[in-house]
Design a protein around this ligand. Structure first.
Ligand code: PLP
Ligand code: COI
Length: 337
């Protein structure tokens, strides 16, 4: 076991022993292999550097109450990465290769799996980049798939607490027919103009739909959830990332007799919601206490403390991930030490 203060880890990179790599050349993937070298020998004209041919993923392994390690819904991440790859004209990583690379990254870094009860997890950052040197604008034919593991603590520091969001109508995260549905680096770089000023004010950024600035799109790098009576509301938008956490929470909400609705949600509807949250792998659920709309001089107050519905869903999902509840949907892949 590593000398790491698991309880104080934030959402920061901790250098693992090994990363895993596999290249794609002449139309074929090589076998994934583990290496201690964290540097790439990359051509300066590689398409990832010149034209942003890059996609990534994020998933976690949990040390359960029974001591077993569970990887949560990795096949969904593999499928989403394949869609991102196709969206950017890259070779999709076959699902089985993706799974093999994740398992190898875990096996080679067992000492970095945080113990049960610390709140920390082993996060995997799969990355796919175009490596062909090119000056002419267009996709390359060579790619590198890399899995970078890192133990992490919570995305939002502190325990299960509320975050304030601020609306920004001057920066759009993604266009309706753009790359918002894919997990590609460009979406994040282009949103810094909104997220960094929000962070500087101790808040996070709520993105509206880019066409009309009328509907809620996403909460920074997470999906939006609103609770209205017995209804679980989440945006329908072609510009947002299909969140695996949101999909899991929708299933859990339906199982609890809630009505789950995915539709356009007007910003003003926040006034009728009892609870709202951002959701994603990193934060699981991060409840929202208020949303500030400076241009309209309006503040939507939700709940100062995490509300009962989202608190229950949060614990229900974590109970499955930590092996405290029956994994009825087969979401966890158990890896024996
Ligand atoms: N939306 C964006 C833009 C994200 O980056 C993420 C994080 O992966 C999510 C939503 C949440 O997706 P998931 O629950 O699959 O992690
Ligand atoms: C998430 O995993 O929930 C994210 O928001 C990904 C982000 C850290 C890029």
């Amino acid at each position: 076991m590593k000398e790491i203060d698991w309880g104080t880890l934030g959402f920061h990179y901790t250098e693992p022993d090994y990363i895993v790599r596999a290249g794609f050349h002449n139309g074929a993937w090589e076998e994934p292999y583990a290496t201690k070298d964290k540097f790439l020998h990359l051509h300066v004209s590689a398409t990832c550097l010149q034209y942003g041919q890059e996609a990534f993923e994020g998933l976690k392994a949990f040390r359960g109450v029974d001591g077993k390690i569970r990887i949560f819904r990795w096949r969904e991440n593999a499928k989403r990465m394949a869609k991102s790859a196709e969206g950017l004209y890259m070779a999709p990583v076959p699902e089985e290769l993706f799974g093999k690379a994740i398992r190898l990254a875990l096996k080679k870094n067992m000492d970095f799996v945080p113990p049960y009860g610390t709140g920390a997890t082993l996060y995997f950052r799969p990355l796919l980049i175009g490596t062909t040197p090119r000056l002419g604008v267009g996709p390359g034919q060579d790619f590198e798939f890399i899995v970078i593991p890192s133990p992490i603590g919570p995305y939002y520091p502190g325990k299960f607490h509320c975050t304030t969001f601020i609306v920004n109508r001057h920066v759009d995260r993604a266009a309706p027919l753009g790359t918002g549905q894919f997990k590609v680096g460009g979406n994040y770089a282009s949103s810094f103009r909104a997220t960094e000023p929000a962070h500087a004010q101790g808040m996070d950024c709520l993105f509206l739909d880019a066409k009309r600035h009328k509907y809620i799109d996403e909460c920074s790098a997470a999906n939006f959830i609103g609770i209205k009576g017995n209804e679980y509301l989440t945006p329908r938008s072609t510009a947002i990332l299909p969140s695996i956490t949101n999909d899991s929470l929708m299933t859990l909400a339906r199982e609890r007799g809630m009505k789950v609705t995915r539709r356009h949600i007007r910003l003003e509807e926040l006034a009728d919601m009892s609870e709202a949250a951002a959701c994603g792998t990193a934060c699981v659920i991060s409840p929202i206490d208020k949303v500030i709309d400076p241009e309209k001089n309006r503040v939507y107050h939700l709940s100062d403390e995490p509300g009962p519905v989202l608190t229950e869903l949060y614990h229900a999902l974590k109970d499955i991930q930590y092996g405290r509840a029956d994994d009825r949907h087969g979401w966890c892949t158990i890896i024996e030490d």
